[in-house]
Design a protein around this ligand. Structure first.
Ligand code: NAG
Ligand code: NAG
Ligand code: NAG
Ligand code: NAG
Length: 397
């Protein structure tokens, strides 16, 4: 038989395998339809309460559809009722000393004047995509995973009595739901609990590879240089392109999570979608920290405050490209934010989160024959051996 025919078989088998592998990759249609149908208009209690409620119900129902143990955590602030949504994927170690919980969280609310597609529809869409991916494979895992959609991260009045009122949903979630839940389910571990931590997603899809589309705030350039010399050098030698995902973490407490995420990012392909690691050393002086407060502006700070590891992923919001004008404005909209590059960038981030959480939670194929990771590797090996055989026999003819 002609070698060309055999090579074609070979190619077909590989294409089949590529399809199997692709079931692990982000579903662009799901990301697109989630953003379009549920995260393209204001989600604010006073401006569009029905739209916000509808989005919350969608997240809740999706969590249930994915088989997560799902619950609302309601809280009241300043006379208004808010709702966090929580979905738990129990690992084999649930309830025992050995469980090392991993969280993924994003806020789904917006300020009162924006459509909030990038801030933070993108993080919420990634949150759902990660949950979808991780539950669509028939795999089990050793460690428990918690998915959380936070309410009331946003605020319009910063300081009516001199205090910070952002990121309230995660703050109340930790004190009113998470800590009591740990106490109830892991009573023997009190005081020794060591979770891997949580990956916080906020504003993820503004990819921009034009020169000078990334801003480093001029009045804190010196501090950024002092804290992250490698990052600043990379950006400057790259013409300040806004073509990377920023990963913010504390070198002392969050490195396990940050390093794994960084490694998985490297394995995902699309090297043009870059990553920069902003590792904060311990015991930095307050005056320096205050100058880089942009690293401080999402739900991760509440986990840090409770000594729970957390890494914060962001496109840097108003410091980049179109979000310079659209951040917290009407043009953070589908028309401006939803394009192929942004969607693929969001897909790479979702895939990396899923791979990171899969790895750290020690997932394994549940049933032999199920389309888990193990089976994919096995079929890939089979396919390659068949191909080697075909090529060898063909070359002998
Ligand atoms: C948004 O909130 C600010 C601060 O409370 C207020 O001044 C403004 O009128 C609000 N805008 C809308 C559209 O509700
Ligand atoms: C973040 O905010 C907290 C509380 O306001 C503050 O203690 C901390 O120093 C800030 N950290 C950074 C990195 O700015
Ligand atoms: C990239 O950013 C620049 C501003 O620096 C903006 O003018 C341009 O429209 C952006 N491009 C995309 C594709 O978002
Ligand atoms: C990453 C990011 O820009 N998040 C924003 C979400 O909204 C809060 C509250 O308005 C901002 O402080 C954050 O900067």
């Amino acid at each position: 038989m002609a070698i060309a025919v055999r090579l074609r078989w070979c190619l077909q088998i590989f294409m089949l395998e590529a399809c199997v592998v692709l079931t692990h990759a982000a579903n662009l249609d799901y990301l697109r339809s989630t953003l379009t149908n549920y995260f393209s208009d204001t989600r604010h209690h006073a401006v569009k309460p029905e739209y916000k409620q509808r989005t919350a119900t969608f997240i809740h129902d999706e969590f249930i559809r994915f088989g997560l143990e799902t619950t609302y955590h309601n809280f009241v602030f300043d006379g208004v009722e808010y709702a966090n949504i929580i979905g738990v994927l129990k690992g084999d170690n649930f309830g025992t000393y050995d469980d090392q919980i991993i969280g993924v969280g994003a806020h789904y609310d917006t300020v009162n004047v924006t459509k909030g597609v990038d801030d933070n529809g993108s993080g919420s869409a990634a949150l759902l995509e990660v949950a979808r991916q991780m539950t669509s494979l028939e795999s089990k895992r050793k460690h428990t995973v918690i998915f959380t959609a936070f309410d009331r991260e946003e605020y319009e009045y910063a300081t009516f009595d001199g205090r910070f009122y952002g990121a309230l949903g995660s703050k109340y979630l930790i004190s009113q739901w998470l800590l009591p839940w740990i106490q109830k389910n892991y009573p023997q571990t009190v005081g020794t609990f060591s979770p891997y931590g949580i990956i916080v997603l906020d504003t993820l899809m503004d990819y921009n590879n034009s020169a000078r589309s990334q801003i480093i705030p001029p009045d804190s350039l010196q501090e950024f240089q002092q804290l992250f010399p490698g990052v600043v050098k990379n950006l400057q030698s790259d013409n300040l392109q806004g073509d990377f995902l920023a990963t913010i973490f504390r070198t002392q407490s969050d490195s396990r999570l940050a390093n794994e995420f960084h490694q998985q990012w490297g394995k995902m392909g699309r090297a043009d979608y870059e990553i920069e690691m902003f590792g904060l050393a311990p015991n930095l002086p307050d005056d320096v920290l205050n100058k880089v407060a942009d690293l401080n502006r999402s739900d991760h700070i509440n986990f840090w405050a409770k000594n729970i590891p957390a890494i914060f992923l962001s496109d840097s919001a108003n410091l980049r490209g179109k979000m310079q004008d659209c951040y917290h404005h009407t043009c953070d909209s589908l028309e401006v934010m939803l394009n192929d590059d942004n969607l693929n960038f969001l897909a790479k981030t979702s895939d990396t989160i899923a791979a990171t959480v899969d790895k750290l939670s020690q997932s394994y194929a549940a049933v032999s024959g199920a389309p888990g990771v193990g089976k994919t590797v096995l079929t890939l090996m089979t396919a390659s051996s068949i191909c080697v055989f075909l090529i060898q026999t063909a070359s002998r003819l």
